[in-house]
Design a protein around this ligand. Structure first.
Ligand code: ADP
Ligand code: MG
Length: 356
């Protein structure tokens, strides 16, 4: 057999292959758009999807907006307003996004419209991208803030489209994403609508328990107890010790052991404000309950762990939520202690051997 020629792929093909790495399903689009709204300082983020997101996704916010002359940059490859260079990245980014590829990527595999008006601009404008084909910037009437609409996701990538699951499954993924951002940002009014029906809407009043009430309902909200842990000595002995501590703080809410479900889906963990799925954090939380949970039952938990910025790697793949800690055993034990202390305080578990 003759060796085949090696040829460089054309730009459109490269673009679509790369897009498939970032945009796996409607929920991945929702995640990117909600992150953009939060990065834009929005106080309201309204998400609505049709048929689990496969027939349409719309995210509207009241954030800083995108000036008309920046709309084409917003949908361009590797274009971002959030970091300037690699040093910015090493210093630690304060925004959820920084790669400048989300809008570009989504535009490559859907019909994307970005419509925006900065609050002090007199008129709004919009730009449309269809399967990577960028259209003209046009004037558009819109409220202050940004609305992004994504239709016909994967219309030009049939292989990816085939892997989409039932509407209910796709919506579950969307719901998980929006819920996790709603709980992480109780000061932002986050709402989710599916096929015209409201799934939940948080008030955005800054109170975590109120966000839990909106998302999980009254029974769960009422059974939640406060977690607030800081390393020993951080207040009494001045800040010196706390500055070196591998975990600076653990806060949040965990449920009464009897308010448990047969899924781990309601254990939400955040590291430095970022939603993560870290098995170490989940296991530490469950360990804290000791024998108080019925077999195969999992509590509700919303836990925020703060670690020094350099101790956690955020520059991971955009689709992977698993984080790596420099000091995993210390993080694990801090979370377990934090939850245990809260449960002990409420008499929900019995004290075991004294901790050293
Ligand atoms: P990144 O978020 O990594 O910067 P994106 O492709 O998601 O990349 O967005 C590109 C740029 O478009 C952002 O840096 C930001 O300047 C602008 N942008 C996107 N969405 C919004 C929004 N909802 N409100 C204001 N600006 C936005
Ligand atoms: Mg982004």
């Amino acid at each position: 057999m003759e060796p085949p020629d090696i040829e460089r792929l054309d730009e459109r093909t490269v673009q679509r292959i790369a897009a498939g790495e970032v945009v796996e399903r409607p929920a991945s689009v929702v995640k990117e758009l909600v992150e953009n709204s939060l990065d834009a300082g929005a106080s309201r983020v309204a998400v609505s999807v049709e048929s689990g997101g496969t027939d349409g996704i719309r995210v509207r916010d009241d954030g800083v907006g995108i000036p008309e002359d920046q709309l084409d940059a917003a949908v361009a490859e590797h274009a971002t307003s959030k970091i300037g260079d690699i040093e910015d990245l090493d210093r630690g980014v304060g925004t959820l996004g920084f790669r400048g590829e989300a809008l570009y990527t989504v535009g490559a595999v859907s019909r994307l419209t970005v419509r925006s008006r900065p609050p002090d601009a007199e008129a709004g404008a919009e730009i449309t991208v269809e399967g990577g084909e960028v259209g003209e910037v046009r004037p558009a009437g819109c409220p202050a803030g940004t609305t992004v609409e994504v239709d016909d996701l994967f219309f030009n990538t049939p292989a990816r489209e085939k892997f989409l699951k039932r509407t209910a499954t796709e919506f579950d993924h969307v719901n998980t994403v929006v819920t996790s951002y709603a709980l992480a940002n109780p000061d932002v009014a986050v709402s989710l609508e599916h096929d015209g029906r409201e799934t939940f809407a948080t008030e955005g009043n800054g109170d975590l328990r109120s966000a839990v009430l909106a998302v999980y309902g009254r029974e769960v909200a009422e059974s939640m107890i406060d977690v607030d842990w800081t390393p020993e000595g951080s207040e009494a002995d001045g800040a010196a010790d706390a500055d070196d501590a591998p975990v600076k703080r653990v806060t949040g809410l965990v449920s009464h052991p009897e308010t448990a479900r047969s899924t781990r889906d309601y254990l939400s963990t955040y590291v430095n404000g970022r939603y993560v799925t870290a098995s170490a954090l989940r296991e530490a939380t469950l360990d804290a309950y000791g024998g108080q949970l019925a077999p195969d039952r999992y509590p509700f938990a919303v836990l925020f762990v703060e670690v020094p910025a350099g101790d956690v790697d955020v520059n991971v793949h955009p689709r992977k939520l698993e984080v790596r800690f420099d000091e995993e055993p210390a993080v694990r034990s801090a979370v377990e202690t934090a939850v245990e202390d809260a449960l002990l305080d409420h008499g929900l578990i019995r004290s075991t051997a004294p901790r050293g």
